[in-house]
Design a protein around this ligand. Structure first.
Ligand code: IPD
Ligand code: CA
Ligand code: CA
Length: 268
């Protein structure tokens, strides 16, 4: 593993410790699936358990660093200089249903800029990580985005809409229009962080999704960019307290994808 900095090392250790408990819990979910109670409550406690392990490890190493985590919210809020962004289980619905497509995602920011990103798929034992300026890696190998040149032949991923989305129809319409434009059916894998990781290593040529939260994407944004890809947002004022509309791709199809989405938005 090419772990270059002390901070990445701490992130890696926190993630590995948490993933042991997560794998055990995933095994338990598979048992609960067939029980009458179902795995719902157990999964939300698994989420919190995983998060606690990660946060405890990070705070042990850097007690005054800020944290933004999906379940726990903000910790050491006054520290704007150094901050961890955590999604303990990204792909909860998959986890809940015993589908092995979920990840731990941890980003590290300095002065509001993402410096380190780490996404770990505990089932496939795939660790995606990047440090600002040092390229992106999957386990020991350097990764790069795909070289696909046109959108029509591209393999794209997306996600959503959530049941409570106010723009459900727009999201579904976008999905429909983009589906008509490209040859291969769009993938919906259900874990935005892994979708971004898959763009970074060239498995997907592009990914777009509306209404994402910052913890879904913080680590993935850096990993895609360090793998040579582009990440942009459809809105001018992006703000972590709002939902984010993201487009990520191999860079060669980027403008075409953004133009297509904008055309669909204008038509509506
Ligand atoms: C979700 C996943 C999913 C995406 C949702 C996210 P969660 O995160 O990333 O792929 O479509 O928008 O909320 O709830 O599993 O952590
Ligand atoms: Ca998430
Ligand atoms: Ca989550």
């Amino acid at each position: 593993m090419r772990i270059n900095s002390p901070k990445l090392n701490i992130m890696y250790k926190a993630c590995m410790k948490a993933s042991k408990s997560l794998i055990r819990d995933f095994g338990e979910v598979e048992n609960l699936q067939v029980s009458s109670k179902g795995p719902g409550d157990f999964v939300s406690s698994a989420d919190k358990r995983t998060e606690k392990i990660i946060i405890d490890e990070l705070l042990r190493a850097y007690p005054d660093y800020g944290i933004l985590s999906e379940e726990a919210g903000k910790i050491n809020e006054k520290n704007n200089t150094n901050r961890w962004i955590i999604d303990p289980i990204d792909g909860t619905s998959n986890f809940l249903n015993g589908i092995p497509q979920f990840a731990i995602s941890i980003g590290y920011e300095e002065e509001n800029k993402i410096k380190i990103g780490l996404i770990y798929d505990p089932i496939k034992n795939e660790l995606f990580f990047a440090e600002n300026g040092n390229g992106a890696f999957l386990n020991n190998k350097r990764i790069r985005v795909s070289k696909k040149k046109n959108l029509k032949n591209s393999l794209l991923g997306t996600g959503g809409p959530k049941s409570n989305s106010k723009i459900k129809n727009e999201i579904l319409d976008e999905y429909l229009e983009i589906s008509k434009y490209i040859d291969t059916p769009i993938r919906k894998f259900g874990s935005a962080s892994l979708d971004l990781a898959n763009v970074a290593c060239g498995r997907l040529d592009g990914f777009w999704q509306r209404e994402l939260s910052y913890w879904d994407i913080a680590a993935g944004i850096l990993i895609v960019r360090e793998a040579g890809g582009f990440v942009d947002f459809l809105d001018r004022d992006i703000n972590e307290s709002k939902k984010m509309n993201l487009v990520a791709s191999n860079s060669l199809i980027h403008q075409e994808l953004i133009d297509l989405i904008k055309k669909i938005i204008e038509k509506n």
